[in-house]
Design a protein around this ligand. Structure first.
Ligand SMILES: [Zn+2]
Length: 346
C-alpha cells in the first residue's frame, strides 16, 4: 500500500470518533517499533519527522526507512508528516521529498522560538496550503503556543487558543488540521503538577468547525513506571511529568483527532538501554541493547493505539486515495486560502 495523506486517516477518525497517534521517528528502531505495533493492533498510523529528524538521519534515509517498513507491514495505513515546519521553504522541501502531510507552525516565527502574530501566522500558513493542496498534500497549522521545547523548537510562553480565532484561522487558510494550545506541553519536564486540559477550548472549536481535525501536541504521558526504570539504572529525570493518558483519551470525545507522542518513546528506550547496560556491563553488541529498546517503545505505542481507539480501524479506511485524486477534491471544494481576507488582517 502506498503512503496515504494524513487527511484520509483523520477524516476517518472524525467520522468514527477516535484519535490517531502521531509518533516521531529518527531511526530504524523507532520506525520498526511503531509500525509493528500498528500491524499488531491493525491501526492506521502517522509517522512524523521533525526538522531535527530530517537533519539527523537525512530526508532520504527517513523516507527510505518508511518505505522499507511499509514493505514489511503492507497492511498498515500510514502517512508521513513533517512535524513543526518553521517556514514555508521547509514545508515545500518535505513535499518534494515525498512527505504526504506537512505542518506549518506559524504560531512561532521562523526561528521556532518567538511567538508570532496572527497576521504572520495566516500569511505563512496560507502560502503552504496554496502549494500543498495543489499537490493533494495535507496541511496542519498551529494557533496558540504550547510551551516546552522539543528538538530546539518551542517557546517558553504558553498562549491558550482563542476558539473563535481558531475557527477564523481555519476558514481563511483552509488548513486540514489545527494544533491548539489547550494545556498540553512539549517535553518531559513541562509541568510542576498534574495538568488539567482545557476541554472547553477543544469543544468550542469542534462545535463550529466539526470537519477540522484538531491536534494535541506534547501529549506524552511520561509514565512514572518508565521514568522509574531510567532513574533506577543511573538516569536523572527527577520531577518528570506528563499528561495522564485518561485526560488525552477524554480529549478525543471533545474533538481531538491527532495526538503527538515523542517523549514517551524516548523514555522507554532510554530505560531499556540503561537497564541492559547496568545488568550486563560486559555487553557491547549494539543489537543487544537496541532490541529491548525497540520492544519497550513498541509496547508504549501499542498501549496508546488501544487507548485512543485506533486499534482495529485500519481496514475501515478504504483504498488509498492518490495525491492526484486528493488534489482534485481540493480543487472541487475550492479549499484554498482566502487571500483577499487574509491580506486585510493587520
Ligand atoms: Zn509539537
Amino acid at each position: 500500500m502506498p503512503l496515504v495523506t494524513m487527511k484520509q486517516i483523520l477524516d476517518d477518525a472524525i467520522e468514527k470518533n477516535y484519535g490517531v497517534g502521531a509518533f516521531n521517528i529518527n531511526n530504524m528502531e523507532q520506525t520498526l517499533a511503531i509500525m509493528s505495533a500498528a500491524d499488531r493492533t491493525e491501526s492506521p498510523v502517522i509517522l512524523q519527522a521533525s526538522r531535527g529528524a530530517r537533519k539527523y538521519a537525512g530526508p532520504v534515509m527517513i523516507y527510505g526507512l518508511v518505505q522499507a517498513a511499509m514493505k514489511l507491514y503492507p497492511k498498515v495505513v500510514v502517512s508521513l508528516h513533517l512535524d513543526h515546519g518553521n517556514e514555508p521553504k521547509t514545508c515545500i522541501e518535505a513535499m518534494d521529498d515525498g512527505w504526504t502531510s506537512v505542518m506549518m507552525d506559524g504560531s512561532l516565527d521562523a526561528s521556532g522560538k518567538v511567538p508570532a502574530n496572527f497576521a504572520y501566522n495566516l500569511k505563512v500558513t496560507a502560502e503552504v496550503v496554496q502549494e500543498a493542496h495543489k499537490r493533494g498534500i495535507t496541511v496542519e497549522g498551529e494557533l496558540g503556543t504550547l510551551g516546552g521545547v522539543e528538538d530546539g523548537h518551542g517557546a517558553d510562553t504558553v498562549i491558550l487558543t482563542d476558539p473563535d480565532q481558531a475557527v477564523e484561522f481555519a476558514e481563511l487558510t483552509q488548513v486540514d488540521a489545527l494544533a491548539l494550545g489547550f494545556g498540553t506541553s512539549h517535553g518531559a519536564f513541562k509541568f510542576k503538577a498534574t495538568p488539567k486540559l482545557r476541554y472547553d477550548i477543544v469543544e468550542a472549536v469542534n462545535k463550529k468547525a466539526p470537519k477540522l481535525a484538531l491536534v494535541s501536541h506534547g501529549s506524552s504521558s511520561v509514565p512514572p513506571e518508565l521514568v522509574a526504570i531510567v532513574n533506577k539504572y543511573g538516569g536523572k529525570m527527577p520531577g518528570a511529568m506528563g499528561v495522564p493518558v485518561d485526560q488525552i483519551v477524554n480529549s478525543i470525545d471533545y474533538g481531538v483527532r491527532k495526538i503527538n507522542i515523542d517523549t514517551d518513546l524516548r523514555i522507554a528506550a532510554t530505560g531499556a538501554i540503561r537497564k541492559l547496560f547496568s545488568e550486563k556491563p560486559e555487553e557491547f553488541d549494539v543489537r543487544k541493547y537496541l532490541e529491548p529498546a525497540m520492544q519497550a517503545m513498541s509496547a508504549v505505542v501499542e498501549d496508546r493505539m488501544i487507548a485512543f481507539r485506533t486499534a482495529g480501524k485500519a481496514s475501515g479506511i478504504g483504498a488509498p486515495v492518490s495525491l492526484a485524486d486528493m488534489a482534485k477534491v481540493y480543487k472541487q471544494d475550492n479549499a484554498f486560502p482566502k487571500m483577499d481576507k487574509i491580506n486585510a488582517v493587520k
